[in-house]
Design a protein around this ligand. Structure first.
Ligand code: ZN
Length: 131
């Protein structure tokens, strides 16, 4: 399953109120509920309509959710550059930007532009429709 697919799915967590506010003492016992299960199904339906050719299964969706709760192994974050949802391993190499902004940054560096302000100043920011 592509990281991008996980990120799209994680982007729905907030809209469907799937993540608890506080860390759970025992997420295996405290996370599951009938209400959250119903919202998870709705989120998964929405995800499948957004990414119709996704191969992500409901089991993988549950795993992503379970590992994204506070204290889990995944972090569901927003890219500090473009605001898109992204998923990363909690104890992996920390990143503040998504894969696509990271690639952009490498591209900019290769062309002598190193910061967002320089990029904005030169009007080379991609149009909003491409983000
Ligand atoms: Zn980004």
């Amino acid at each position: 399953m592509a990281r991008m697919e996980a990120a799209v799915f994680a982007g729905l967590f907030r809209a469907f109120d799937l993540l608890p506010e506080r860390p759970l003492r025992n997420r295996d016992l405290e996370l599951p509920s009938v209400e959250r299960g119903a919202r998870l199904c709705d989120a998964f339906e929405m995800y499948r309509s957004l990414v119709p050719d996704s191969t992500m299964s409901m089991e993988q969706a549950i795993l992503i959710l379970t590992e994204s709760v506070p204290g889990g192994d995944l972090l569901a974050l927003r890219c500090t550059e473009c605001g898109r949802a992204m998923v990363m391993e909690r104890y992996g190499t920390p990143r503040k930007v998504c894969g696509s902004c990271f690639d952009d940054a490498i591209h900019r560096t290769a062309h002598g532009l190193t910061s967002t302000s320089e990029r904005a100043g030169m009007g080379t920011s991609p149009p909003a429709s491409l983000r």
